[in-house]
Design a protein around this ligand. Structure first.
Ligand SMILES: Cc1ncc(C[n+]2csc(CCOP(=O)(O)OP(=O)(O)O)c2C)c(N)n1
Length: 825
């Protein structure tokens, strides 16, 4: 055959393929798709205009990515999950999980959850999260829903949890004990769809997640929307060889094998090919639990990256022309005409209708958002009118009023700060009108602040804060064991009691954990309940987030506290914010379990507690001082519906503890400190491993007639909910905060809680003090630790010289020590 015949043959085959697709989809469906993509494009264009005209703050849109998303949506079934990023508006529209009105409501930051059900004004536009919870915080039936996990802006941040969302299907399919959880899965038939941009695929999270999904043999379909750029940076600077498909080819499974991925490369403007790829990829993932990567190339970004700038600054002329020509909607249109599906005129009509429709809906969304604000402005203007009456000089208030009324688009910020300025201006002129304004300002501030502040923690009946303490019960038969054995017994009880408990981490499975706390449990409960993972902290966390979102109760072990930093990004950006940023729409009640303090060396003895505390507001942070308390912490978190971090004390595993008879039932009331030693002269506030240090110091101090009260805070988040520490301070009038973090770390946090929030300042007879580890990391070895971390002797010195300062006669300077204000800094 000559070249021409070859070409003809190829064209013929291509036409046949196209016709095959057309047989699957009706004319109406194709036109519905066309209408959808043009509506979505119109929303992007009008959305951009809204931002540029000042009605909204920032816009990022899915233009250029529409067609692939229509195809992906066709493969998406009820019960499936998406974990994606800010380009996926068309996908969400296609499934009816968002609509144009919600799109604009979110763009305007409408704080009403009915207007923006994805984030109630808390997230930037096009950050999606379907509502997985009922208003009371209980789970909805996920199998009836099209589910989307909550998006987040850090590029590739959506990836780690994709591993867990997909892995849940495998657990639901393969674990008999989960078969009754029919609200979460139908036989593990659910696929988790991930989406990511080409440039974000340069992130470590991407590669770690792909590897984890492969190792976990889980049904994920990962789409890469490749438009060749990451803002202005081209693929040659993002990706080795500039080609993700080539790099990813090592993940391709061998024919007949279930190990690895199916990898597809498809053009973002090729409608029939996209339909075929998604149908095939999702079908295989669903049936065989073989994951897929769909590399969608030749995508465009007609409006540029976001409203922050224009892409003409960095895209060459030829690229812009190419993007125009290969725009997926233009290509779709050409295909429809080529296939004789409709005439050009009909498509033009669809486009005109779409634009009109979007514009009308936008107006509706704008009115719903802005009318209450305009009403509030008018209320303030009226209050200001009344305020002016009787003022010696009404001009400044009048001017404030005029300025506010002349603002084209007032925000609440403008209104409330104008009200505050008016109150300041009239501070010396009390009147009933001013009183009214004061109350109005207070009420409105409270209302709007609370709209954005709620849901950081659970507000449901299952909130961990509602769980009362169940104390350990000991009998004559209660054996004395090593700490790790106590915890081992507790974990066994949890796994027995609750089939949803799934434990995993490095060396957790076969070995039973590096400290043997899981010993024998994989044998007993099987490799899916208690599993080993690779060394991949970010996706160990992600695995847990995904499983928890799908109704399971994961305990994810991070081998040592110092390595938590690899997972901290996800804990901070995704997990801790999840309930808040979805305004109570999603939760991930999981436990991150780790151990730390008091081993040897820089990366085994660190205590980055303040770093953690400050980054995970929205989680509970528990630092049990022994293993019985650790067991109580785990039991408590498993009964609640919030995520928590438990930091076990590393040097407690070999210490003897009695095993309570009710190890499976003991709980702790979160935020309730425990008095470890009563004393009259000074209060030492500490937690975890330094409890023993404080108690040792207290014995030394007793020898010089200083009577020390030692308090274990037990939980850093929440912190002393009932003011127990303040009660102690009211008795002793002196206080020392002690831990192994750096100076100004978690001790400063505790000090603020007690001195500022609890009002401890008013009860002090001496300056409040902190005692911490050194500023540098803990040096290696016994002496390295001795000189890096606070010892009993250091606590003794700190306390003694605090007492010396207030009573030098009774506590003379016989140790050549220094009081706080004489110390070298
Ligand atoms: C961790 C992180 N780094 C940087 C950014 C800023 N940023 C936002 S989007 C973006 C480019 C992403 O490009 P790509 O992944 O290709 O997705 P696209 O936006 O092109 O669809 C960058 C650098 C971010 N959001 N997160």
């Amino acid at each position: 055959m000559n070249k021409k015949t070859d070409e003809l043959q190829e064209k013929h085959i291509a036409r046949q393929e196209n016709q095959k697709q057309r047989l699957v989809l009706s004319r109406e469906e194709i036109l519905r798709d066309y209408s959808l993509v043009v509506q979505s494009r119109a929303a992007s264009e009008i959305g951009r205009r809204e931002v540029l005209s000042g009605k909204a703050k920032f816009g990022i849109f899915g233009d250029g990515k529409e067609l692939a998303q229509v195809a992906m949506a066709k493969a998406f079934r009820r019960g499936d999950f998406r974990s994606g990023y800010y380009r996926d508006q068309t996908f969400m529209f296609a499934l009816g999980q968002s609509n144009i009105e919600q799109f604009f409501a979110q763009l305007y930051a409408h704080t009403d959850v009915t207007a923006d059900p994805h984030s109630a004004g808390r997230q930037m536009n096009s950050h999606y999260a379907t509502r997985l919870l009922n208003p009371d915080g209980s789970w909805r039936d996920q199998t009836e829903l099209y589910n989307s996990a909550a998006d987040l802006s850090p590029t590739a941040g959506q990836m780690p949890k994709l591993a867990g969302l997909a892995y849940a299907s495998r657990l639901y399919r393969e674990l008999d004990e989960l078969k009754q959880m029919t609200n979460f899965s139908r036989g593990g038939n659910e696929v988790a769809f991930g989406t990511i941009g080409n440039a974000a695929a340069a992130e470590g999270h991407f590669w770690e997640t792909i590897n984890a999904i492969g190792v976990l043999h889980s049904p994920a379909v990962v789409s890469i929307w490749d438009d060749g750029y990451g803002i202005s940076v081209t693929n040659d600077l993002q990706i080795t060889k500039q080609n993700l498909s080539v790099l990813l080819s090592g993940f391709q499974r061998e024919p007949g094998s279930r190990d690895g991925f199916d990898i597809y490369t498809v053009k973002g403007w090729d409608y029939p090919a996209l339909l075929e790829v998604y149908a095939k990829a999702s079908e295989t993932a669903r049936r065989e639990h073989v994951p897929a990567i769909v590399h969608v190339v030749e995508m465009t970004q007609p409006q540029g990256h976001s409203t922050s700038g224009s892409h003409e600054r960095y895209k060459p002329e030829e690229r812009l022309e190419w993007e125009d020509e290969f725009d997926c909607i233009r290509k779709f249109r050409e295909w429809i005409i080529d296939q004789h599906i409709v005439q050009i005129g009909e498509l033009d009509q669809i486009e005109r209708n779409a634009r009109k429709l979007v514009e009308n809906i936008r107006i509706k969304a704008w009115k719903a958002f802005s009318l209450p604000i305009f009403r509030e402005r008018q209320e303030l203007a009226d209050l200001m009118n009344r305020l002016q009456v009787g003022l010696a000089d009404p001009a400044p208030v009048q001017e404030l009023r005029e300025t506010l009324l002349h603002k084209q688009m007032p925000f609440r910020k403008d209104i409330l700060s104008a009200a505050q300025k008016a109150l300041v201006l009239t501070a010396g002129s009390p009147s009933p009108a001013r009183e009214r304004l004061l109350s109005w300002h207070e009420d409105l501030t409270r209302t709007h602040r609370s709209r954005l502040a709620g849901h950081l923690y659970s507000e449901s009946e299952e909130s961990a804060l509602t769980i009362p303490a169940v104390d350990p019960i000991y009998s004559d038969e209660s054996p004395e064991l090593n700490g790790f054995q106590v915890l081992n017994a507790a974990f066994e009880a949890m796994l027995t009691r609750d089939p949803r408990v799934i434990a995993f981490g490095e060396d957790v499975g076969q070995l039973g954990g590096v400290n043997q706390t899981w010993a024998g449990l994989q044998e007993k409960f099987g490799p899916l309940r208690v599993s080993d993972t690779g060394i991949r902290e970010a996706t160990i966390l992600g695995q847990a987030i995904g499983l928890a979102i799908r109704g399971l109760r994961p305990i994810a072990e991070i081998q040592y506290l110092d390595y938590l930093l690899f997972a901290l990004q996800g804990m901070s950006d995704d997990l801790a914010t999840l309930h808040w940023r979805t305004a109570g729409g999603q939760k991930a009640p999981l436990i991150v379990s780790t151990r730390g303090h008091r081993l040897e060396g820089i990366w085994h003895a660190g205590s980055p507690m303040a770093g953690i505390l400050n980054l995970v507001r929205g989680m509970h942070v528990i630092v049990p001082r022994d293993m019985v308390r650790a067991a109580a912490a785990y039991n408590t978190l498993l009964l609640g519906d919030e995520p928590g971090l438990v930091v076990e004390v590393l040097n407690g595993y070999r210490l003897k503890e009695r095993l309570p008879d009710n190890i499976g039932e003991i709980t702790m009331a979160l935020g309730i400190p425990e008095i470890l030693r009563q004393g009259e002269d000074i209060t030492i506030v500490t937690y975890g491993a330094t409890c023993r240090v404080a108690l040792e110091a207290a014995e030394l101090l007793k020898q010089v007639q200083i009577d020390t009260e030692v308090i274990d805070v037990q939980t850093l988040l929440p912190f002393d909910r009932n003011g127990r520490i303040l009660e102690s301070l009211q008795k002793t009038s002196r206080i020392l905060f002690l831990d192994e973090d750096v100076p100004g770390g978690a001790t400063a946090y505790m000090m603020q809680q007690v001195i500022e929030y609890q009002g401890g300042y008013f009860w002090l007879d001496s300056e409040p003090r902190t005692l911490t580890a050194a500023e540098h990391r803990p040096a290696y070895g016994t002496d390295g630790s001795y000189f890096s971390k606070p010892q009993a002797g250091d606590v003794f010195d700190a306390v003694y010289y605090l007492m010396h300062e207030s009573d030098p006669a009774q506590y003379p300077d016989v140790f050549r020590g220094k009081s706080n204000n004489e110390r070298e800094v």
